[in-house]
Design a protein around this ligand. Structure first.
Ligand code: 5GP
Length: 173
């Protein structure tokens, strides 16, 4: 397996992050959102995004992994849940990539059950053609083709997360 040339360069990612943070800053003006990062994949996107958001905010994290199967019954496991109480709070969930939508849909329903004032979703990458469950994405970075990507937080076997760019991961033959 090899890492191909960048699909999105560091500069392109950073420009997109600033654009998303600008939209979030104006939409949340006068409010203090709780920004929740989904670990591990969103760690780099999350830290870049929050440093460009211009409203006061609080942060929290959820560590989850999904074991999506071919059908719609993919399982999501929460390894470490968030610590903040979200009742009557404006919550912004930050995700690295939406693929089938199973993970995000599961987390969204779980968070909505705790009665936040609002819940919005920000995802850097959207692999829309793979979607099984329809989830609303309020802030979307890039739509990408049906390819496995690594870098900028995204892994293969927990490696390549430190790459500052995003690349397609391919078989070497
Ligand atoms: P979903 O539940 O939407 O199918 O999957 C979401 C999760 O699958 C992401 O948070 C990510 O961990 C993983 N995933 C989906 N597509 C990719 C990909 O192209 N590259 C990597 N590294 N992870 C992916």
């Amino acid at each position: 397996m090899v890492v191909g040339k960048p699909l999105f360069t560091e500069e392109e990612i950073q420009a997109k992050v600033r654009e998303l943070a600008g939209m979030i800053s104006s939409d949340y003006e006068g409010r203090e959102p709780l920004v929740v990062g989904l670990l591990k994949g969103a760690f780099m996107f999350f830290s870049d995004l929050v440093r460009h958001i211009r409203v006061p905010l609080r942060i929290d994290f959820i560590t989850a992994s999904s074991y999506a199967k071919a059908d719609t019954t993919g399982e999501v496991k929460i390894h470490c849940d968030m610590r903040e109480d979200i009742e009557n709070v404006d919550v912004l969930l930050v995700e690295d990539i939406v693929d089938t939508g199973i993970t995000l849909n599961y987390l969204r329903e779980r968070l909505l059950a705790r009665a936040p004032r609002s819940l919005k979703i920000c995802a850097l990458l959207d692999k829309r053609e793979r979607r099984i469950v329809d989830v609303p994405i309020d802030y979307r970075g890039f739509e990408i083709p049906n390819e496995f990507v690594v870098g900028y937080g995204l892994d293969y076997d927990n490696k390549y997360r430190n790459l500052p760019y995003i690349a397609i991961f391919k078989r070497s033959d």
